[in-house]
Design a binder for this molecule. Structure first.
Ligand SMILES: [Fe+2]
Length: 410
């Protein structure tokens, strides 16, 4: 039975961009209710028996995807590895049956595949997942239709994504690099951490944050000797209203002078060039590190190949990463970028914001050098940070979501 045979028993306002008439007709409700509501509005004509309302019969049913076409497209034959030959097959009696009261998924075309895919995905009982899958399938299918994606291009993309997965390891996260270089990380970050005026801006976390950094007292160096030019970092942490934030954790990490994070060295047995410092009762903190340098993101893998094909360089401007946490405040993931770096305006992962560019000065004052245990002419970075109370951040996020929904006319 074709989807077109479905009857719509109630027509709420149309939803922009959705192609299939059945799922076009979604009511103006919040995200969580949209697909549940879309199911309520449909009736299907089963092979036998009367018309039924599917709103209840669909819940909890596990879809069964059956290969019906032996001409499934595969560019290359699957190579069976030795270990795969002994793989256990799923016992037939455990296979779920076909979902009842749904149209047959037969004779799919460019016109009806999207609606049918979204429809069978809507069996999922999780409303947020339904909403995400609805949008994902729509955009993915539109992309293929709009570009007239060729089989060769599609297989190239699959091969690329396979390689991205295969190079991943506990210390190498190629998918984050891919997300970063496609601008998606910056976009998701902007959506989830909007900042009011006066607050320190967020930027990308990157793939080199670790959970094992040691805690340091004020004035200690997070870098072991010989890792680069000694640099003093000072700062103060406050709330939007200027109130000092005491006992916050300031987690910082950076490369050594060769442009490598500790996790990139084979045999890493302890953290280096990273550490956690606590703010004092005045919100003040200071520590020593090495002068940040620009470095290329790992470009010996598929993401590096992609950048090369796109004629993009893989470099990030010199920076120092921060993750600042305090109960009651929105966690700040950010970085300070060194002014004058040659890659300041062409960061490979789109992380630089003007407000996060800082000067790296030499310590000229002897008293200051003495106070912090530094030498005159050592480097010095001074930058304060402003956190946003969690309620304020939530309020802005909610307003932004509502604005986005309004733009979509949902
Ligand atoms: Fe970095």
């Amino acid at each position: 039975m074709e989807i077109s045979e479905m009857e719509i028993i109630n027509r709420p306002p149309p939803l922009r961009r959705l192609a299939h008439p059945a799922l076009l007709e979604l009511p103006s409700v919040n995200q969580g209710e949209i697909l549940a509501s879309s199911v309520r509005y449909l009736r299907f004509k089963p092979e036998e028996g009367p018309w039924v309302d599917t709103s209840e019969s669909l819940s909890g049913v596990v879809p069964d995807f059956v290969a019906t076409d032996k001409q499934t497209i595969m560019a290359e034959p699957v190579k069976v590895k030795e270990e795969q030959k002994n793989a256990t097959l799923l016992p037939k009696e455990d296979a779920p049956g076909p979902p009842p009261n749904l149209p047959k998924l037969l004779d799919m075309t460019m016109e009806n595949i999207t609606g049918n895919t979204k429809l069978i995905n809507s069996l999922n009982p999780n409303p947020r997942l339904k909403f995400l899958l609805e949008s994902l399938v729509q955009h993915l299918h539109d992309f293929a239709r709009e570009t007239a994606l060729t089989t060769e291009e599609w297989m190239t993309a699959i091969q690329f994504l396979t390689e991205v997965g295969q190079i991943c390891s506990p210390t190498r996260q190629e998918f984050i690099l891919l997300s970063d270089t496609l601008g998606l990380s910056t976009l998701v970050d902007a959506i989830n951490h909007p900042k009011p005026p006066g607050a320190t801006e967020n930027t990308v976390l990157g793939p080199f944050f670790t959970e094992d950094a040691h805690h340091f007292s004020h004035g200690e160096s997070i870098a072991s000797p010989g890792k680069g030019e000694m640099t003093l970092v000072t700062g103060r942490l406050t709330s939007l209203d200027g109130t000092p934030i005491a006992d916050a954790t300031v987690d910082v990490w950076e490369t050594d002078e060769s442009g490598h994070y500790d996790t990139q060295y084979p045999g890493r047995d302890h953290p280096d060039c990273r550490g956690i410092i606590h703010t004092d009762t005045d919100g003040i903190f200071h520590f020593k590190c090495v002068k940040p340098v620009s470095y290329p993101i790992p470009h010996d893998g598929p993401v590096g190949k992609m950048l090369k094909v796109l004629q993009r360089h893989p470099y990030r401007p010199a920076h120092l990463h921060y993750k600042i946490q305090k109960d009651g405040f929105d966690t700040l993931v950010t970085a300070l970028y060194m002014r004058g770096d040659p890659y300041e305006e062409s960061d490979a992962v789109f992380g630089v914001k003007s407000s996060l560019i800082v000067d790296v000065n030499k310590i000229e004052d002897e008293e200051r050098a003495k106070k912090y245990g530094m030498d005159v002419n050592d480097w010095w970075i001074d930058r304060d940070f402003v956190l946003v109370p969690i309620e304020t951040a939530e309020k802005i996020r909610k307003e932004n979501v509502e604005k986005a929904m309004a733009n979509l006319k949902i």
